[in-house]
Design a protein around this ligand. Structure first.
Ligand code: NAP
Length: 305
């Protein structure tokens, strides 16, 4: 158990990320009390039933009262509205953070609502699953994963350091990054791959008349992994693409060019091109395993559920 980093943490939105944060904070004793709020009474009831949060409140303003850290754990498109609701109730000296998958948009949406004397330290844990909701979280989600802090200009270093200690206490490795760079990196590593997975599963669905249940019955590991990614939360991902438009379109443009080049290589029988390309991509996979960000198991170390 570590010494608590915050006296009271308020989690606004009680889905996969918030619930994982709660269990991870409890595991290490990182906060004296954790309050929580979700917009639907159904989610609040579920949270109470499973003991998610020390206190589940019926309004966001009540949840943030007296909290020295408030973490916005709602879809990126909802951050601004949530901030409007809580702004007046924030304690002077408190820190507001978030876990949104896009950073420039969140900074622009949240910053205008940050009162004088309140710190704002945006963050993004690079960890998730295709499951969502209050029951999806688990304490180990952030273990050995990166969490990126994206401090805005003029933020007091002491507020950033404190949030860093919280994420490290929850098992994450922490780095700092500029917002625009973050959005470009994530467009490459997460956002474009999700769109490609959505597309691939959509295409397979269109081909059902040919393959019918065979798509599911004989789905090889590659396709199965696409379906897992394509099962991710529709609201969250709609917001990611709408708010990280430029970087995602830039990467998709490059993707399309490379896809055409591979398509041409297949049509013209250019085995050399294909072999060289696949050799290069195999090395990237090896790099990810060596960096400890995935396992070498054929099923990526994930349990087959
Ligand atoms: P989630 O499991 O779907 O939970 C979302 C929570 O936000 C729910 O409590 C939901 O409330 C609430 N919410 C949804 N729309 C809202 C609105 N318009 N106004 C107020 N509250 C709203 O989502 P999550 O996966 O934890 O994601 C939360 C944030 O983390 C997102 O910004 C996402 O980009 C980011 N993130 C996600 C992942 C991932 O893999 N899932 C990874 C890293 C970061 P109700 O339950 O009452 O509907």
């Amino acid at each position: 158990m570590s010494a608590p980093v915050y006296k009271r943490v308020a989690l606004i939105g009680l889905g996969l990320i918030a619930s994982s944060m709660f269990w991870a904070m409890k595991r290490a004793g990182l906060s004296g009390e954790v309050t929580g709020y979700a917009r639907s009474s159904e989610t609040r009831e579920t949270a109470r039933r499973i003991g998610l949060c020390d206190r589940v409140c019926d309004s966001a303003a009540e949840a943030v009262e007296g909290a020295d850290l408030v973490v916005l754990c709602v879809p990126v498109g909802a951050m601004s509205t949530v901030m409007e609701d809580i702004s007046a109730a924030l304690m002077p000296g408190a820190t507001v953070s978030d876990v949104g998958s896009v950073k420039r948009h969140v900074i622009e949406a949240v910053s205008p609502h940050i009162p004088e004397g309140v710190h704002f330290v945006p963050a993004h844990p690079l960890a998730g699953t295709e499951h969502s909701g209050p029951e999806a979280g688990f304490a180990e989600l952030f273990d050995n994963r990166w969490s990126l802090l994206v401090p805005v200009e003029g933020t007091e270093p002491v507020a950033v350091d404190r949030l860093r200690r919280l994420w490290e206490g929850m098992g994450a490795n922490v780095d700092e990054m500029d917002a625009d760079h973050h959005d470009l990196v994530l467009a490459v590593t997460s956002h474009a791959p999700h769109l490609i997975a959505y597309t691939m599963v959509g295409v397979a669905d269109d081909l059902r008349r040919v393959t019918d249940s065979e798509v599911i019955k004989y789905s090889a590991a590659g396709f199965r992994d696409f379906t897992r990614i394509a099962a991710s939360d529709p609201t969250m991902w709609r917001d990611v693409f709408l708010t990280n438009k430029d970087a995602t379109l830039e990467i998709l443009g490059r993707f399309t060019e490379e896809l055409f080049a591979l398509q041409r290589a297949i049509r013209t029988g250019d085995g050399e091109h294909l072999h060289q390309y696949f050799t290069r991509t195999r090395a990237i996979r090896r790099g990810i395993i060596e960096a400890g960000q995935d396992t070498d198991a054929p099923d990526f170390g994930r349990t087959k559920t």
